[in-house]
Ligand binder design. Structure first.
Ligand code: BGC
Length: 858
């Protein structure tokens, strides 16, 4: 009680401080406070004791205000991975670490979490969102927001709302009927607002039903603030605010980034011209001041979390490793008879036996290929085993100070001499930011050619936006930037060089001029394209391994690029000579034949999954499928590790012994992988999204608008809801994931409010399981269309071998409700519901029924 009353007491003090501060501000200062002063911050107003509020992406780390490897951050696994843990408490601990990182970097607000839904598997940015299911998304998002805010740092739950794909994201009008809008897309936001009280929301780029989201009066003012009681600030997605009056009347508090925005001077002028009421400005300023008070940026107010109440310090490496191994989803784990002999003589047609862990099934967990037998020899292959892709691209990018690749992790964990490595297949047939072998500096010059600054560069990328410039340089004085230095090739052969970005370029390698010219931004393309667009090849040169050559890329940011941000963003890109794909595969196959176990790491590249574009297929790029087919034919104990943020097709999935999905696993990737493969730890993940066998099976795939519109014609049926309606069986069902022990579900009992399940660890080792509760309504002729089943609750259990545990999962009234637009409220659909206690949608272990009676609630 004492704690509660002191909390409400300090909330009252914050509100008083906000009132006093607001009363002391004139119109110009108020208007200024609602506009970014640069890429990441709002202006300080010392007269009222207000420090500059600083924001940063999000969601897997805290990048800080500088886009550079010189300012490293802990990189946790991708949001899809966090969702695959099905553990809101773990998400909360992730939040504690992120708040700690934010405080270390002087950040008040983390631009996260992303809680848009996996509406179609083609969404390019799905690695950054959680799930296709609104309940799971809302629960993980709640834990995350609670965790960050426990640490006194704000969040902006994003992107409000229906930013479920990237194609034409700045302009697309997503046409969504009231039921899917409420039951699917708004649902995670609503859950998080009600349960975690976020201090911020980010308004999306897109339109919903004809209004752009930054101006959406109905969704921002009426629903978010009015119905749900959201009391935080609404910030535009970067460059999403388009109109001064429209945005302010539509409920947008802050327009980012600055210095050119629709607020600031333009807002003050609009008030003076009588176009908008100053009272609305006051409402927005109040929201910003409250955020400042909560995060400790308003001196006269006690912060929401007193320093003494901050969470205990978190070890970033340990947490990244724990989340990664808890997120890995073992979708297949089989054995083949006589594998050791078979491996040696290359016999690939040995009979396989599936190890099932169903209740009542014969349990032979010991026969499965994973965990690896102690002392086994391993042939590891795949370019991503060496150059792990630990995070997704776009604004979510952070720069970890180290990355443990699968090769590093397995080398450390396996006895000396047990592991061999070969590339096998390299999916990166694309130019990538100059990195290995380059020793580079940036030289900044003014219009007379005088050097303003020289700074070392960790790689070939420059991204200096707003005030983030080398010391001694301003956007007004800077004329050209030259990336210059040496490149020492790792391989002899033809090396390819190129550029990314817009403006004029001059590229010289080893005294050979490779390119001189100007690259313009194509009209109507994504204004942030400079960060995500494809690199352009500018020339090739034959180079010799170990012989350094001089490299120079001179750049002048083009006038008239029309970019509203002041900045310098471009890259020197490079591609090493590619070896013959068949030769690479043959090498990996030879090694696999010699070893007892083969492990192949496959995955996506930054040209496949990133912010800024959607995918066109779900195939693994390059020759990775051919590699797996060939290795599986050579070694019956082949384990495939999939390194992708969201689903890919696995055409060889019945040919291999085991498949482990590892998402983008964060900086401790390799250690976590070794933990799980050796059996030191169990893989703990369950699929947060349906994994299709082939794209053609996926029921919802439209991401491209026609005439600017993208109708969500599938209504309330996305993800597994749509798969079940179509009657199509995916490769792996929602919720699926194996561990290293086996479980029996002995009993399930339920009331409409709670489901109690008794589960027993029937296997040989301690383990954890995720008990999933699905509701299946009895079909009724007059009932509105609903999915066949939906997730209504879940809980994680752990048990020792032979131990029985009982878990009670609450089920909320909302689980039985649909949105009734005519009555404008949630309405319970009465009837009989089958309650399923399951290990996945495809593995229901026990059922009972409940009777639900009528009722209406707002
Ligand atoms: C993204 C946001 C991000 C913002 C700032 C936008 O392009 O959509 O998610 O927070 O940039 O980097």
């Amino acid at each position: 009680m004492a704690a509660a009353s002191s909390t409400s007491n300090s909330e009252a003090l914050r509100r008083t401080a906000v009132d006093t501060a607001l009363a002391a501000l004139g119109l110009d200062d108020k208007a200024r406070l609602l506009a970014g002063q640069d890429l990441w911050s709002l202006p300080a107003l010392p007269a009222i004791g207000l420090r500059s509020l600083v924001m940063s992406d999000g969601p897997i780390g805290v990048r800080g205000v500088r886009w550079t490897a010189a300012d490293p951050s802990v990189a946790l696994p991708s949001p899809t991975a966090l969702a695959a843990t099905w553990d809101p408490a773990l998400a909360r601990r992730a939040g504690h670490l992120l708040a700690q990182e934010a405080r270390r970097k002087g950040i008040h607000v983390l631009l996260a979490p992303t809680v848009n839904l996996h509406r179609t598997p083609l969404g390019g940015r799905h690695f950054e969102a959680y799930s296709e299911d609104p309940y799971l998304t809302g629960e993980i998002g709640t834990g995350y927001v609670q965790g960050v805010q426990d640490g006194g740092v704000g969040t902006t739950v994003k992107h409000f709302v229906a930013n479920d794909a990237e194609t034409d994201r700045f302009t697309v009008n997503n046409v969504v009927a009231p039921r899917p809008l409420r039951e699917l897309y708004l649902a995670p936001f609503e859950r998080i607002v009600r349960n975690a009280h976020p201090w911020g929301i980010m308004a999306a780029y897109n339109q919903v039903n004809g209004s752009t989201m930054t101006e959406h009066r109905y969704l921002q003012n009426a629903v978010l603030r009015g119905e749900w009681g959201f009391d935080g600030f609404i910030v535009s997605d970067w460059l999403a605010a388009r109109s001064t009056v429209g945005a302010l009347t539509g409920g947008l508090d802050v327009a980012m980034p600055g210095p050119r925005t629709v607020y600031g001077e333009e807002l003050a002028a609009a008030v003076r011209a009588g176009e908008v009421d100053e009272k609305l400005v006051d409402l927005a300023v109040r929201n910003v001041l409250l955020l400042a008070a909560r995060t400790g940026a308003l001196e006269s107010a006690p912060p929401a979390v007193a320093p003494a109440d901050l969470p205990a310090p978190v070890d970033g490496d340990a947490l990244a490793r724990e989340i990664a191994r808890r997120s890995f989803v073992l979708v297949r784990n089989e054995a083949r008879k006589g594998v050791r002999d078979g491996a040696r003589d290359g016999a690939s047609s040995e009979a396989r036996e599936e190890v099932r862990d169903g209740a009542g099934d014969e349990v032979r967990a010991g026969a499965a290929v994973l965990p690896l037998a102690p002392g086994t020899t391993v042939a590891l292959s795949g370019a991503l085993a060496r150059d792990a892709r630990v995070l997704g691209g776009g604004s979510a990018l952070v720069f970890p100070d180290h990355v443990v690749s699968p090769l590093d992790g397995l080398t450390a964990a396996l006895p000396e001499g047990a592991l061999t490595y070969s590339v096998g297949a390299d999916p990166s047939d694309e130019l990538a930011t100059a990195d290995a072998g380059f020793d580079l500096t940036a030289v900044c010059r003014d219009a007379e050619g005088a050097v303003l600054a020289t700074v070392p560069l960790p790689g070939g990328q420059i991204q200096w936006i707003g005030a983030d410039l080398p010391e001694g340089v301003t956007h007004d004085t800077l004329d050209t930037v030259e990336i210059t230095g040496t490149f020492t090739p790792r391989e002899s052969g033809e090396h390819t060089f190129g550029t990314r970005g817009t403006g004029s370029f001059a590229l010289t390698v080893d005294d050979h001029p490779l390119y001189e010219g100007t690259q313009d931004r194509a009209p109507g393309t994504d204004p942030l394209g400079a960060f995500f667009n494809e690199p352009v090849e500018r020339g090739r040169l034959a180079l010799t391994e170990g012989t350094p050559v001089r490299v120079s890329l001179s750049h002048r940011p083009g006038p008239g690029t029309g970019h509203p941000l002041k900045g310098v963003a471009f890259s020197l890109v490079h591609l090493a000579p590619r070896r013959d794909p068949d030769e690479l595969i043959a090498e990996a196959v030879a090694a696999a034949r010699e070893a007892e176990t083969a492990i192949v790491v496959v995955g996506t590249t930054e040209r496949v999954e990133s912010e800024g574009f959607d995918r066109t297929d779900l195939r693994l790029p390059g020759h990775q499928d051919a590699l797996v087919h060939a290795v599986a034919a050579a070694n019956p104990r082949t384990v495939v590790v999939v390194n992708s943020g969201s689903p890919v097709e696995l055409p060889w999935r019945d040919e291999v012994a085991a498949i482990l999905l590892t998402w983008f696993p964060g900086q401790e990737a390799g250690h976590a992988l070794a933990d799980v493969l050796t059996g030191a730890e169990e893989p703990g993940g369950r699929l947060p999204t349906t994994w299709p066998a082939v794209l053609a099976d996926a029921p919802v795939t439209a991401t491209t608008p026609t005439g600017g519109e993208l109708p969500y014609t599938e209504g309330v049926l996305i993800g597994y809801r749509a798969w079940e309606k179509a009657g199509t069986v995916p490769a792996y069902a929602f919720g699926h994931g194996l561990g290293y022990t086996t479980w029996a579900y002995d009993t399930v009992t339920a009331t409409p409010d709670t489901v109690t399940v008794r589960v027993r660890n029937t296997g040989p080792r301690p383990g954890g399981d995720t008990v999933q509760i699905y509701l299946a309504p009895e079909p009724a002729p007059d009932a509105p269309e609903r999915p066949a089943r939906w997730l209504a609750g879940f809980a994680r259990v752990t048990a020792a071998p032979g131990e029985t545990v009982e878990v009670t999962v609450p089920v909320e009234p909302r689980a039985y409700q649909i949105w009734d637009e005519e009555a404008y409220g949630w309405t319970t659909v009465p009837g009989t519901y089958t309650v399923q206690a399951a290990r996945s949608l495809a593995d229901v272990r026990a059922t009972t029924t409940v009777e639900v009676t009528d009722g209406q609630s707002k």
